[in-house]
Design a protein around this ligand. Structure first.
Ligand code: ADP
Ligand code: ADP
Length: 214
């Protein structure tokens, strides 16, 4: 199954992508994670991306398209979940062209709906385990007792100013993708409010509808 998880920053894409990838044995591809690794390793891509990411701005399309094309070339195209990509119409067109060339069309775009007032609350209390990449929330999905505090990372772009910028970027550059996807892919909307398991069940339900209609 080839999926895109779509939605605003903080909607729960990473959280749901990990659960889904594990259950269905799919590869979880997060452009945010790939870019953060590139920044840490100070690769040319990382050096170029760093300033944009800290400011909460989108990294230029050609940089992100480049890493996605490289990654997809290395794997087979039978099963993946793209999380945080595409984020612009140009990226989406690039992806659809790439998949078409490989005779591996997308099965669905799953859009997680979360109202904006909840986004800020989710992002500002998000913490990530530096060692495992596990995503926590101090209130809604707290880290296990005993996990060393130094392992928990509060991302620089999860501070108020960068959050505001990311939401503006989302509204102006990413949200318009909804209409693009509605026209060109199987676009399903899922309510992203409620507990992690509740949302996971809704995503599974949406996917089973696709599987039975495929
Ligand atoms: P979130 O979904 O929580 O907003 P991500 O980890 O997906 O965060 O992305 C973090 C940052 O990485 C973004 O704010 C942006 O700077 C960059 N980034 C990730 N994916 C893309 C993309 N597809 N296009 C452009 N920039 C991206
Ligand atoms: P995204 O990848 O879309 O930016 P994340 O999966 O990183 O989103 O989730 C953002 C924050 O919201 C994290 O702190 C995560 O633990 C929390 N979160 C995810 N799903 C839910 C949910 N259903 N209810 C409450 N908080 C959630």
């Amino acid at each position: 199954m080839r999926l895109v998880l779509f939605g605003p920053p903080g909607a729960g894409k990473g959280t749901q992508a990990k659960l889904l990838a594990e259950r269905r044995n799919l590869l979880h591809l997060s452009t945010g994670d790939m870019l953060r690794t590139a920044v840490r390793n100070e690769t040319p891509v990382g050096i170029e991306a760093n300033g944009y990411m800290t400011a909460g701005e989108l990294v230029p399309d050609d940089v992100v398209n480049g890493i996605v094309a490289e990654t997809l070339a290395e794997i087979d195209h039978t099963g993946f979940i793209l999380d945080g990509y595409p984020r612009t119409v140009d990226q989406a067109q690039f992806l659809l062209d790439l998949l078409e060339e490989n005779n591996a069309p997308l099965d669905a775009v799953v859009s997680l709906r979360v109202p904006e007032e909840h986004i800020v609350q989710r992002l500002s209390r998000r913490r990530t385990d530096r060692e495992t990449g596990e995503i926590y929330h101090l209130d809604f999905n707290p880290p296990p007792a005993g996990l060393r505090e130094t392992r928990l990372q509060h991302r620089a772009d999860d501070q108020p100013e960068a959050i505001r910028k990311r939401l503006t970027e989302y509204r102006t550059k990413t949200e318009p993708l909804e209409n693009f996807f509605k026209a060109k892919a199987h676009f399903v909307e899922v309510d992203g409010m409620g507990g992690l398991d509740e949302v996971r069940e809704r995503v599974e339900e949406a996917l089973s509808t696709i599987e039975t209609t495929a």
